[in-house]
Design a protein around this ligand. Sequence first.
Ligand code: C2E
Ligand code: MG
Ligand code: MG
Ligand code: MG
Length: 284
Amino acid sequence: RAKEGGRCQHRCFEPLMDAEIKRRSVIERELRETMLADGFRPYYQPLVELASGRIVGFEMLARWPRADGVEIGPDQFIPIAEESGLINELMLQLLDRGCREALEWDAALSIEINISPVQLKDPWLAEKILATLTRLNFPPQRLGIEITENALIVDADNARRTIESLKNQGMKVALDDFGTGYSSLQHLRMLPFDKIKIDRSFVHALDSDGDSLKIVRAITSLASSLDLPVVAEGIECEAAVQQLGALGCAFGQGFHLGRPLSIEQVRDLLRGCGDGPARISAAR
Ligand code: C2E
Ligand code: MG
Ligand code: MG
Ligand code: MG
């Protein structure tokens, strides 16, 4: 095939493919090694009630600190973990660590984890998660599960069964990155989510693009008629907090409200709040 496509494709494309395959197999091997050493680190980003500034929980985001001091973000390694079948084990390892760390926090604070849409095919997913929670004596009601919409294919039966069993065990299930999938409304109609998270691309453009504002307004109104709470992702300024609050969005997340934090930083933040409810800053 490459030959038919002409000389350059033949000469340039194949070495690129080789390099990419090599890169992936190196990462895959290092992934396995890091998992064996329990070397992944969850970071925690505050989830905030917009009206009060109160922190209601934290979203766990995976980070891979490597020996050379470089920290790799999930966009680099989650796809490889998915393709190599390591994603379930990685998720359980992060869940274990995240729940143990969250047990130190006020019991009113929830923790949310991200799972890959491919994991919904595993009929035992809910049982595996529950086994970890039971072992740690962690209440399932404090755990939220986020499923990104952008890779969600509604092969609805498996997905619905898995989401229902997670919910039956007391977990809350959120549709993440809402608005980025090919069939956002189908997802809402066919799958029993507890909450939706508006993708940050809409939130970013609130100021500059009138259509984004209309779309966010439509999403919050749709969500409210379905009785689903809405979280806005990617809030980077106070103006967005005000706008989103006025649009009926109760919760938010973003660099303006709190960056993803290491567990040490979370401890400092919560300690700084004393006995009262944790807030994002004294000013609010
Ligand atoms: P997500 O679940 O939508 O998480 C939000 C992402 O947006 C995070 O990136 C976060 O650091 C970033 N973010 C938060 N606030 C802001 C903001 O105000 N501005 C901007 N520009 N970005 C903001 P991160 O940590 O790189 O994660 C990327 C994606 O990787 C996540 O998107 C999630 O889908 C996935 N991911 C992260 N951890 C895991 C995991 O443990 N398992 C799985 N399956 N996926 C994960
Ligand atoms: Mg998420
Ligand atoms: Mg998201
Ligand atoms: Mg997003």
